[in-house]
Ligand binder design. Structure first.
Ligand SMILES: NC(=O)C1=CN([C@@H]2O[C@H](COP(=O)(O)OP(=O)(O)OC[C@H]3O[C@@H](n4cnc5c(N)ncnc54)[C@H](O)[C@@H]3O)[C@@H](O)[C@H]2O)[C@@H](O)CC1
Ligand SMILES: [K+]
Length: 483
């Protein structure tokens, strides 16, 4: 199973140009696919369908869908938001054919209809400003309809590149997206607004070529970790060192250690800065709690969980194998410019795990600016620090110094609780120890961490009250489960 490609607006416009004379036209294919999915959602004898058509080609898709649905005897009402003539000739023809067949078109929300399905064709990837006037009102009406909503291409009002809702934005139950997946469906506000995402590649899939972005789905990613060989021993799966746990924060480093052990690291040495740190972890006596100087004979190092103002970052930068910088080490990196040059010059891989607040400090900006373009922010950190970066938050972004990126599709709001970041850092370390290269170790752990949280929620453990320890145990089950 290969990972689905992500195409941004500019890349999609190139595809549209290349295929502008395709036969059948792309809009015909998109509208027809929309009608097929809508019919399957509404059911053959389903209730009325309200189709909301906007001013651009997204509205064009809606007109084509309306034509097909009316021909297959669905009770269709089109709400023509602007009342202007569609731009694309296929849309003009579809509107005319729909009208000629006696199809209902209204210029106001059809309040007397109780739709079983609303199709959102207000704005697509051309939505590049705050919706206003009739467009904004139509979006609000769709959200207030109480009906199931199918968005065409992307929920209206969501930016296809960034996932940002600038103002009013449709909340869809399903989105049928065309040609390729778009980043904005899977990160930022897009996560909440897209619902279940369906892809119809309009028969172009094989012709799209390489792309800079991809989606991380657990079913595809899980195959990256090879099954254990029968003759494996603890040395086969590496030794992870962890630097952290200053006074009052030993829990963070211990959680990272437990996560690493339970997701497959051969040995885990936790170097605690707290002078009065416990001698062992009663819940995981296998964890070797040590002084920081005694954990450096390892295959990879995680620095930062609860490390406070200790020298964890400087020690990690000097470590000659892969490192993961988390939490306090990221804040140290943001505060002390002197660390940047030696970090950038490292020969072994560096992984950074900022949440938006930490990312804002690293890039010397504010959280709002980070969230306004999460992909660009993650790629900028990857370049500035010569590191593989995960920008955490809904739709985590994994970005690499070569300009490629991925968006994670797993995870849920239950992960917004203390300790889950420490667990993720430990899982990344465990994957480095088990021989995945840094980009894969990072992407694998991010996807696993979210998939574990999803599995917990699926059996009623969370999202409310989900703990890092729950996620760690579920992650162990997942790395051992058969595909
Ligand atoms: N061009 C093509 O080859 C294809 C396009 N397709 C559809 O076309 C869509 C893109 O079409 P368009 O580029 O026409 O753009 P949209 O249909 O997304 O809408 C943009 C139109 O609304 C205006 N607009 C944008 N943001 C607005 C706002 N916030 N408030 C008010 N008006 C706003 C724009 O000026 C433009 O006229 C895709 O999302 C997809 O649904 C599909 O039919 C597949 C093929
Ligand atoms: K739409």
């Amino acid at each position: 199973m290969s990972a689905p490609a992500l195409l941004n607006n500019a890349e999609l416009r190139v595809v549209e140009q290349r295929f502008r004379d395709a036969s059948p036209p792309l809009m015909e294919r998109a509208g027809r696919a929309s009608a097929v999915l809508a019919a399957s959602i509404a059911g053959e004898r389903g209730g009325p369908i309200v189709i909301v058509a906007g001013p651009g080609n997204n509205g064009g898709d809606a007109w084509v869908a309306a034509q097909h649905l009316a021909q297959s005897f669905h009770r269709v009402t089109v709400f023509d938001v602007m009342g202007t003539a569609p731009r694309a000739s296929e849309a003009v023809a579809a509107k005319a054919a729909y009208g000629a067949g006696g199809g209902t078109v209204v210029r106001e929300w059809p309040a007397s209809v109780r739709p079983s399905l609303v199709i959102d064709g207000v704005l697509g990837i051309g939505s590049t400003r705050v919706p206003e006037g009739a467009i904004a009102a139509a979006i609000e009406r769709i959200n207030a309809s109480g009906a199931r909503v199918l968005a065409l291409d992307i929920a209206s009002g969501i930016d296809a590149d960034t996932g940002v809702a600038r103002g009013a934005a449709v909340r869809a139950d399903d989105t049928l997206t065309f040609i390729a997946m778009k980043p904005g469906l899977f990160t930022g506000d897009g996560v909440e607004h897209s619902g279940v995402v369906h892809l119809d590649d309009l028969d172009l899939g094989a012709e799209l070529g390489e792309s800079r972005g991809m989606l991380l789905e657990w079913e595809a990613v899980r195959a990256w970790l090879e099954p254990r060989r029968a003759n494996a021993h603890k040395g086969s799966h590496g030794t992870l060192g962890i630097l952290g746990g200053a006074a009052g924060m030993t829990g963070a480093a211990i959680l990272a250690g437990r996560a690493a052990l339970r997701t497959g690291a051969g040995k885990v040495l936790v170097g605690l800065y707290d002078e009065r740190a416990p001698a062992f972890d009663p819940e995981a006596p296998e964890l070797m709690l040590r002084k920081p100087a005694d954990v450096l004979d390892a295959d990879a190092l995680v620095a930062g969980p609860g490390s406070g103002s200790s020298p964890a970052l400087a020690t990690a930068i000097a470590f000659e194998k892969p490192i993961v910088l988390d939490a306090d080490s990221l804040n140290d990196l943001a505060k002390n410019a002197a660390h940047r040059k030696p970090l950038k010059a490292r020969k072994a891989a560096t992984i950074l795990t900022p949440h938006p607040g930490e990312a804002a400090r690293l890039l010397n900006t504010d959280t709002k600016a980070i969230q306004a373009d999460r992909i660009a922010s993650a790629l900028r950190m990857a370049e500035e620090f010569n590191a593989h970066v995960v920008l955490k938050g809904a739709g985590s972004i994994v970005a690499h110094p070569d300009g490629t990126y991925a968006i994670n599709t797993t995870g849920n709001p239950g992960l917004a609780s203390g300790g889950t970041g420490d667990a993720l850092a430990g899982m990344i370390g465990a994957m480095l120890c088990q021989g995945l290269d840094a980009p894969r170790a990072l992407a694998f752990a991010v996807c696993l961490h979210g998939a574990a949280a999803d599995a917990c929620v699926a059996r009623g453990v969370g999202p409310v009250g989900l703990t890092a320890s729950d996620v760690i145990l579920e992650a162990r089950a997942l790395v051992n489960s058969e595909p």
